[in-house]
Write a protein that binds this ligand. Sequence first.
Ligand SMILES: [Ca+2]
Ligand SMILES: [Ca+2]
Length: 377
Amino acid sequence: MPNGFTGCVLVKLPIVIADVTDSIIVDNTTCLDELAKKIDHIDVVVRDLEADAVYGGFISPNNLNGFRQNVIAPGRVPNFINNFCSSPKTSVHPYEKECGPRELRSITVHGTIHKQIYYVNRDDDVRHLGEDIPFTKTVKLDPPLPVMNPGNTDIEFKDVDVDIAFDMPRPVRINQTATVSFVLKITEDQQIFIQTCLPDQDIVGQQVLSNTGFEAFSGCVLDVWQTSNVAPGEPGRNGNGSFSVGLGGPATSDCINPTAETASLVQSIPNEVIRPGLRYEFCFYIQDVVPTGIVENYRVDARIAFYNETGQEINSSQVTTFQETEINGTWTRKCVTSNAAPEGAVSGNVSIVFTREGGDTGSFVRIDDATLIVRGA
Ligand SMILES: [Ca+2]
Ligand SMILES: [Ca+2]
């Protein structure tokens, strides 16, 4: 996956359609070239294990959920359905039942048991004899397993184990019973859409808001931010861009409604960085403008909120209120840190709300350099 890519991606994945546990017993008798006193031990391994699928005929897709089909020449051939072929391995010919859903009826398993027999001869020497025993077995599937496309299926052996039991009825004869046990993992490649996410460690420490310096705007409209009663293009913090945004003022601005008692700035948190359990730190710089003769009485609420899938606000909203006495003409940095985002949080936003209270005669605040940093749990 490309670095940093998130969203909806079409992938081809092996979907497990069955795990079949079975075993095969392989008996054989080995005759030695010389008399033996005893068997010391037998080492045994299984080699060249293979599984061949045995399919029954074409099955009607009508009863299979989610199967796409093309019906051609309706009525020309009774009950004939030309299947939609998604496997690049298969070619379709009219009226051939080669591709599309079929029943996996059995699996033929074959392989070789490789043995190393260590025995003690009459001279008390340990001798060694190698032996390969091929075997085959048909594993029936009952009921048969429908697969969408045989060309996309695969069978893999898991947990293969082999045990051997033996006895020596005569000094030149060894009876052996090998038991090969295994799990057949049957998968079919299917294309599905998945939602990809950045790992937590890639987003913790990142600043995730846009137009943080309030430099991008057109007339009264700030880029990215949703606003009410704000004046972009106010003087910014020294040395860091040119502009800030005024909330509730200045009264001379065409962007400001002088009778409104509130002003607000809201920005959505990018959905892909919202993770239940992580915390978010919202900071911004603020100053107030209180010209001589003006009485100030206002408050500023800074807030981080999360919402569930239906858009309802869920817990962990964090609000910090600043009074006019905490803010003056010097740019000051204020921060609010959220509680851990709750389970079910799929969206969220940050906001700054200026509220003019009784007796205020025209003060307002400026905001600049607002950031939201993702913090760990
Ligand atoms: Ca700025
Ligand atoms: Ca003040």
